[in-house]
Design a protein. Structure first.
Ligand SMILES: Nc1nc2c(ncn2[C@@H]2O[C@H](COP(=O)(O)OP(=O)(O)OP(=O)(O)O)[C@@H](O)[C@H]2O)c(=O)[nH]1
Ligand SMILES: [Mg+2]
Length: 631
């Protein structure tokens, strides 16, 4: 037995609710006000067992043009649409609008029912039938059956039921192997039970005693009881209208638009990418940044739409877009949605969600972003998974998060992931998937950082792993980092010493702090005529190489200042010379080399490189054989 959901659609007063009642015996108009006013205000529900054994859950929607919002909450989960047109009135505005909405939502199958046939003559009915056939051309109902009925006299109702049975045979039911996703369309309390929610089970199954989560509110609860089509059941499966009694949740905590799910798969989102098609009949186009209303399943959110690679979109045109909404939603790749203008509330178009979690696209990488979206729209499931994971960079993506991001059969997704891992397009670390293209970048970056560390810290044995993580400045999973380090160790590109990383050829310099202190002391004592690099070895009994290396090291540590390869000065000494020079130039405007030699109390051998040092520091400049302040 298949579970199929049928939704009504069509203009106000065309007989949708009467037809549901005539077919099922259940009046879908359950509210007092609906019965009094004779119009449907909110969603109504019924069910029908079809010949052949399939069970139809029926969602009856309002036709009133001001209640499209409620219609959208109902139509999101349907497999078959029954477009109802009153034979006496024919095609009306909401006939068109509802059909366009079902088309955008890619409702799988449909049937057109001409109601109130008892109210018109036979030749009028034939005329309307032709008109309707013409109207359906170019839409997904083009080849759908058209049945004329009367809910009043029951004429042709058996024929309609036969057609519905045939249609439901042709429908592929919703995936029972998906993860639980039950968008809430009603919340109420029942005496003796507490809070009950209802909805169309979009995927997966739900069982009594099961622990579930209600998103985006992050409410954890347990299923106390389940009813489907007014019968208590232990389990309900995708495609069934389902009422669920929740444990310990207050009615006021929940609203239409919340979603009951298996914990750990979905991450609510506000920013996501999609394909958008504007209807030919849309009353206006869109500019980037326009304020809009977004509809998916029973969810509604306001926000803005950014057109990617375009600034304006005319009716009938398509674009890739990014939505930035003000409320968190539960959506998946492959979800269909409807877009309405913020105010006035007009239906503009709709499309498909491509990447449920994205960030702002930069203008300079827009061509790449658009190409990725094209692959997410038209590529295979595997192509899509690779792109979703690549988008997370080196932070990677948990397998469950991938499953939660895609509206597809869970087994198909895990199979695709496994084969991507086998082909080495993805790397699996426990449950974390990383796009392998990104790993080489990380390897090079680590080697570079360790080398730089050695250069800056010749006395240290290597770089602390913890410090490395901070230096990398990447959104990076520790699992990925450890794995890449292990790989580098195996390839002998780095080695570890307890918690430190180093390049295998690196040798720690001896601890020369005592000698370093002596060098600084000697340079300091020498004032403006310090011992040179060439003089230091004899003075301190060190090798030429050590003298050179240590002077450079001390200069890097800012203990002394390098004037040239041979001459290094103590900081304070240099500061004093600089201050004297500046004062002299401010007073006298110029200075000769011999004046400077005397001013700095040094020799000609040092005066020349010192003066050149101040030139390079842009303090002074040469004019003839004198120096002046640089302007
Ligand atoms: N004679 C006749 N009247 C009908 C038939 N079907 C519906 N009606 C009448 O048409 C009116 C509207 O019917 P509803 O079923 O409420 O129409 P609806 O499409 O559900 O209207 P909304 O839900 O408000 O959009 C009611 O007065 C019905 O009695 C029919 O087959 N024959
Ligand atoms: Mg109605």
């Amino acid at each position: 037995m298949k579970y199929i959901i049928l939704g009504t659609a069509g203009h106000i007063d065309h007989g949708k609710s009467s037809l549901v009642k005539a077919l099922t015996g259940i009046d879908p108009d359950r509210l007092k006000e609906e019965k009094e006013r004779g119009i449907t205000l909110d969603l109504g529900f019924a069910s029908l067992d079809l010949p052949g054994g399939n069970r139809l859950g029926i969602v009856d929607v309002p036709g009133h043009e001001g209640l499209i919002k409620n219609m959208l909450a109902g139509v999101g989960g349907i497999d078959i649409v029954m477009l109802v047109i009153a034979a006496d009135e024919g095609i009306m505005p909401q006939t068109r609008e509802h059909l366009a909405i079902c088309d955008l939502l890619r409702v799988k199958k449909g049937i057109i029912v001409l109601t109130k046939m008892d109210m018109v003559e036979k030749d009028w009915l034939e005329l309307i039938q032709d008109e309707v056939r013409e109207f359906a051309k170019g839409t997904f109902l083009e080849k759908s059956p058209i049945v004329s009925v009367s809910s009043k006299t029951s004429e042709n109702l058996p024929e309609l039921v036969q057609e519905l049975a045939r249609l439901s045979e042709a429908v592929t039911p919703k995936s029972v192997n998906g993860i639980l996703r039950l968008p809430i369309d009603r919340v109420f309390t029942m005496k003796g039970f507490g809070t009950v929610i209802t909805g169309t089970l979009l995927s997966g199954t739900i069982s009594t005693e099961q622990e579930v989560e209600i998103l985006p509110k992050n409410i954890k609860t347990k299923i106390r009881g389940i009813q489907s089509h007014n019968q208590s059941v232990a389990r309900s499966v995708a495609g069934q209208r389902t009422a669920v009694n929740l444990q310990g949740v207050d009615k006021d905590q929940l609203t239409r638009g919340d979603t009951v799910v298996n914990a750990g798969f979905f991450k609510p989102t506000k920013t996501f990418d999609a394909k958008l098609s504007l209807l030919n009949q849309a009353p206006r186009g869109l500019r980037t940044g326009a304020r809009i209303r977004f509809y998916n399943t029973t969810q509604e959110a306001v926000g803005r739409v950014t057109l990617l690679g375009k600034k304006e979109l005319e009716p009938g045109q398509e674009a890739y877009v990014q939505f930035r909404l003000e409320q968190l939603l539960i959506i998946q790749h492959g979800d269909r949605y409807i877009l309405r203008f913020y105010s006035p509330m007009e239906t503009l178009g709709g499309g498909m969600v491509l990447n449920p979690h994205t960030r702002r696209h930069k203008q300079n990488t827009m061509p790449e972003s658009l190409e990725n979206l094209r692959v997410l729209e038209t590529g295979s499931l595997a192509d899509g998974i690779v792109l979703l994971v690549a988008g997370k960079g080196l932070a990677g993506m948990e397998e469950n998060a991938i499953i939660g991001s895609i509206a597809a059969d869970k087994n198909e997704i895990t199979t695709a992931i496994s084969s991507l891992v086998q082909k080495k397009a993805l790397l699996r670390i426990d449950n974390l998937m990383v796009n392998t293209d990104n790993l080489a970048v990380l390897e090079n970056k680590i080697i570079e950082l360790v080398k730089k560390y050695h250069h800056d810290n010749p006395l240290k044995s290597g770089l602390e792993k913890e410090q490395l993580n901070g230096l990398l400045r990447m959104r990076l999973s520790p699992k990925v980092l450890n794995l890449v380090i292990d790989g580098l160790i195996k390839k002998k590109q780095v080695e570890t010493e307890s918690t430190r990383l180093r390049i295998p050829t690196f040798k720690v310099a001896k601890d020369q702090s005592a000698i370093k202190d002596k060098i600084v002391e000697a340079v300091k004592k020498g004032g403006s005529q310090p011992p040179t690099r060439e003089e230091l070895p004899a003075l301190l009994h060190i090798t030429d190489k050590d003298a050179g290396d240590l002077l450079k090291l001390l200069a890097r540590e800012n203990s002394i200042i390098r004037i040239n390869d041979s001459l290094y000065l103590f900081c304070k000494t240099l500061e004093n010379i600089k201050a004297d020079l500046k004062k002299h130039l401010e007073d006298k405007k110029e200075i000769t080399m011999s004046e400077f030699r005397d001013l700095a109390k040094t020799s000609r051998k040092f005066a020349v490189p010192l003066m050149e040092y101040f030139d390079s520091q842009k303090l002074t400049q040469r004019v003839g054989d004198k120096r002046v302040l640089r302007g």
